[in-house]
Design a protein around this ligand. Sequence first.
Ligand code: ADP
Length: 483
Amino acid sequence: MQLKHQSLLRQQCLINGEWYDSENGEFDNVINPANGEVIGHVPQITTAQTAQAIVYAEQAQRGWKDKTAKQRAALMQKWAQLMLEHADDLAALLTAEQGKPLAEARGEIVYAASFIEWFAEEAKRVEGSVLAPVQASQRMLVLKQPIGVCAAITPWNFPAAMITRKAAPALAAGCAMIVKPAEQTPLSALALGQLAMEAGIPAGVLQVITGSAQATGKVLCDSPVVRKLSFTGSTEVGRILMAQSAPTVKKLSLELGGNAPFIVFDDANLERAVAGIMASKFRNSGQTCVCANRIYVQQGIYPALIARLVDEVEKLNVGEGTQTGITQGPLIDQAAVSKVQEHIEDALSQGATLLTGGQPHALGGTFFQPTVIGNVTSAMKFAREETFGPVAPVFSFTDEAQAVAMANDTEFGLAAYIFTRDAARQWCVPEALEYGMVGINTGLISNEVAPFGGIKQSGQGREGSRHGMDDYLEMKYLCIELG
Ligand code: ADP
């Protein structure tokens, strides 16, 4: 594929500042989900190479942590700036390997860079504390120190942002990081590695390895040198990684599945509620962990909301993300299409109503028609599993207590949304919702300033915000007996 700066199309792994093929010569193709074309290939790195990357990370981290926060911040700022300068190329790569519309991909690059900028600023604000001593002869203080070598395993739905959200706080804190991007979307990660090198981030501080998730994941988990693992992906794989990290008692940040409820009360502003659903549900063709997965609408507003929602959904433009005016790209792969179809069939067979869409798109491949389904009930798969596709399943409810109970009836607890003009309800319902994040009269809540993360089986730890740094820092308590 053609880029303005061809050096950003990296098809080797970044290990200790050098680019490597797999030592056994094996590689995986990278496929454009919009047309099935092979756009590149990346090495299937061996377990020995992964182990070597850990050794390099350990060496590099010693020098990196000894830099001042201001020095680390300056290099990170340069990295973020290079991302913005190369936003067109990075967006083109992202759309080619992931499928999202170019404008959305460009938005992701800006969003991804914002985490580097934010944590570069936060690097200078890591503060310990001096405690009131319990003995007059003592002084007590708390230091904050980088946790050490960290690893990140990231998903395909945000090929750039999921990397910076983890690498930026790690690097800011003085940690080294090894990133293993998703098999489907390694090229964005490798391009970010190239820009980190251009920014002057020392060799070994940020490394990017590709290949078998199981094999590299196991080496990273088994290593006692890797002190922390940050993972975004499915709850299923999160549990595996948690179990694999138990023998070395690694610190974990896990951002796992969601099953976001989106509750619209009778008193909501209808137009804004529908705009919120569109933004939350159909971004990235429904393939984000904070996408509305279950839309609960109070009975009084249900008919009007359904009518308006169908109108808006029918305006969406499905197609290749590189074409102008496209709002919905393809789904990532055939398995994603099958899951969407399975959820739709399950609901329709149990009495739900198809209001628009419902079929693979005429464009073929993994394109799917934006879909709205009404009369959905708790007995259907939509209620329990993340659909991860462009399907809006609409449930109805009678009162606030029922809405909260239905929303909380899941093992997940990432994002929730409510639309209401009632001031008391704007407080009480979010307080009752068992979720890490709640959008009130908005369907878009994620940014670098806010703590992103879930509760229950949606994970642990927070990314972004001043709290995001804590996941990469250890506290050390010092007690001094005065001589
Ligand atoms: P998704 O449904 O988003 O693909 P996954 O949890 O399957 O979610 O994948 C997220 C990331 O986890 C990807 O980088 C994938 O390669 C990686 N992964 C999948 N299985 C394992 C595993 N057993 N060990 C380590 N990483 C894994």
